[in-house]
Write a protein that binds this ligand. Structure first.
Ligand code: UD1
Length: 427
C-alpha cells in the first residue's frame, strides 16, 4: 500500500488552491437523477469518492462525461444525464465502500417512485444510523421496508405527497436526502430543525437552478413546494471549507504564512475564530484567506456542533495543531461518539492528550517526533500529516487511501508551499 512520508520542520509559505468541496460534490451528483436533462457540475474535486459516485450513477443508468481531466487541471467538469433510469438499486458493495451512496435514496424515490438502497453498516467514526433519513421520507408519504440489509422505499401512486418533519437531531445527510425527495413531491414538504451547513445551501441553490421551489434556504426551516419536473442546469461546486481549514492548521503549526486561494471565509466563521484564538493572523484577501503564524499556538477551547458552530470534520486537524500549543487546549466532540481515533496515533508522535468520554485535553508539548502512524478515517489521517509537518525527523503515514477520498493532490499542494512530503508507491 502507498505511504506518505514527511520530513518535518519546514515552514509553509505561499499559495494553496482550494478544491471544490467533497461533501457538496457528493450531494450535488445525485441531483442528476432528478431530471432527464443534463446536469453539469463544475469545480468537482478529483477524488476517489467522486469517481466512486460517478460509477454508482452509471449503474443506475445515468451517463457521465468528464472534461478538464488533464493531469495538471484542478477541478473537473462532469456532465451527468439520466435520460431514463435503468435501475433503482444501490447495492451493498458500493454503499459499503462509500457511505454517501445512501444519498441516491431520496432522488430515486422522487424520480422513479421507488428505491432500494443497501444499509451502509458501521463506519470508523461510530455507529452512523440512517433512521432520520427514513423518518423524513415517511413523513412525506414514503412506505419503507427493511429486509436483508436493504431499505426499500416506495411512493404510493409513484409520487410523494408531501408533509412535515422535525428532525430530533440535526443531520446533514438526512436533510439532503429529504430535500432531494421533496422537490418532486405532489404537495408541500416542510423540514424543521434542518441542517444549515454550507453544503446544504449549495444543494438548495443547485436544486433551485434546476427549477425547484425552496424557501428558507440557509435557515433550519426549509419549505419545499413540489414541482412536476426539474430541468438540467450548470452549477459550480462550492470551495471545500474543510480542506481550507486543514491547510490553515498546517500553516499555523509550522509557523507559516499561506494564502488559501478560493476559500470562502463566510463558510468558515467558527474555524477561523479558532485559528485566531490560537494566535494566528487571519485575513480575507481578494482571492481567499491568508493565515499566518509566529510562535507556538495558544491554547484553545472548542466544542463541535452543527453549523454554524465548530465542524466535527475540523476537530482532528485542530487538535493536531494544538499539540504544540503553549498550554492546555480542551476539545469536546458532540456529533460522533468515536471520533478520537487519531489520539493514540498522535500520542506515538509525542503528543500529550487525555480523553475522557467526549472531552479531550491536549497539553502542548515542546516538540513532536516523527513516527510510523496510520489512521482510520479521512480527517484523522490529515491530523497525522499536520503533526508530521511539524515533527522532528520522518513520519510515515499508512493507509493513505483515506486521504485520497477527500484531499485532492495533497502532496502537490503541500510541496508547492515548501513541505518535504512525498508519496511512496507500493509498486
Ligand atoms: C455529514 C458529512 C460528514 C460530517 C457530518 C457532520 C457528508 C458526505 N458527510 O455526514 O463529513 O462529519 O455530516 O457534519 O456530507 N444521525 C442519526 N440518524 C440519522 C442520521 C444521523 O442518529 O439518520 C446522527 C449521527 O449518528 C450523528 C449526527 O446525527 O451523531 C450527525 O450526523 P449527520 O449530520 O447525518 O452526518 P452525515 O450526513 O453522515
Amino acid at each position: 500500500m502507498d505511504q506518505i512520508v514527511i520530513r518535518g520542520g519546514n515552514r509553509l509559505s505561499g499559495r494553496i488552491p482550494i478544491s471544490g468541496a467533497k461533501n457538496a460534490a457528493l450531494t450535488l451528483l445525485p441531483c442528476a437523477l432528478l431530471t432527464d436533462e443534463p446536469l453539469t457540475l463544475r469545480n468537482l474535486p478529483r477524488l476517489a469518492d467522486v469517481d466512486g459516485f460517478g460509477h454508482l450513477l452509471n449503474q443506475l443508468g445515468c451517463s457521465t462525461t468528464i472534461e478538464g481531466s488533464r493531469p495538471e487541471d484542478f477541478g473537473r467538469v462532469m456532465t451527468a444525464r439520466a435520460t431514463t433510469l435503468s435501475s433503482t438499486v444501490a447495492p451493498y458493495d458500493i454503499v459499503r465502500k462509500m457511505r454517501a451512496s445512501i444519498l441516491v435514496l431520496g432522488p430515486l424515490l422522487a424520480r422513479a417512485g421507488e428505491a432500494t438502497v443497501s444499509l451502509p453498516g458501521g463506519c470508523a467514526i461510530g455507529n452512523r444510523p440512517i433512521d432520520l433519513h427514513l423518518k423524513a421520507l415517511e413523513a412525506f408519504g414514503a412506505e419503507i421496508e427493511l429486509a436483508s440489509g436493504y431499505v426499500k422505499a416506495v411512493a404510493p401512486g409513484g409520487r410523494l405527497k408531501g408533509g412535515s418533519y422535525s428532525f430530533p437531531v440535526v443531520s446533514v445527510g438526512a436533510t439532503e436526502n429529504a430535500l432531494m425527495a421533496a422537490v418532486l413531491a405532489k404537495g408541500t414538504c416542510v423540514l424543521e430543525n434542518a441542517a444549515r451547513e454550507p453544503e446544504i445551501v449549495d444543494l438548495c441553490n443547485c436544486l433551485v437552478a434546476m427549477g425547484a421551489e425552496i424557501n428558507g434556504i440557509g435557515t433550519d426551516r426549509l419549505v419545499i413546494e413540489g414541482v412536476d419536473r426539474l430541468h438540467g442546469a450548470t452549477y459550480a461546486v462550492m470551495p471545500d471549507r474543510i480542506e481550507a481549514g486543514s491547510y490553515a492548521c498546517a500553516a499555523v503549526i509550522t509557523q507559516g504564512d499561506v494564502e488559501l486561494v478560493g476559500a470562502n471565509p463566510d463558510d468558515m466563521v467558527a474555524t477561523l475564530a479558532a485559528l485566531r484564538e490560537a494566535g494566528a493572523t487571519v485575513e480575507t484577501t481578494k482571492k481567499g484567506i491568508r493565515v499566518a503564524m509566529s510562535g507556538r499556538p495558544q491554547p484553545i477551547t472548542l466544542s463541535t456542533a452543527p453549523h454554524p458552530a465548530f465542524p466535527t470534520d475540523m476537530q482532528a486537524q485542530m487538535m493536531a495543531m494544538a499539540t504544540l500549543g503553549s498550554g492546555a487546549s480542551v476539545f469536546t466532540e458532540t456529533i460522533f461518539e468515536n471520533r478520537y481515533m487519531h489520539v493514540p496515533e498522535l500520542t506515538r508522535m509525542g503528543c500529550d492528550i487525555q480523553v475522557k468520554g467526549r472531552t479531550a485535553v491536549v497539553r502542548g508539548v515542546d516538540k513532536l517526533v516523527g513516527a510510523q502512524v496510520m489512521a482510520t478515517d479521512l480527517r484523522a489521517s490529515m491530523s497525522l500529516i499536520i503533526a508530521g509537518l511539524a515533527a522532528e525527523g520522518e513520519t510515515q503515514v499508512n493507509r493513505i487511501y483515506h486521504l485520497d477520498r477527500g484531499y485532492e493532490r495533497l502532496e502537490e499542494k503541500f510541496q508547492a508551499v515548501g513541505a518535504d512530503i512525498e508519496r511512496i508507491s507500493a509498486d
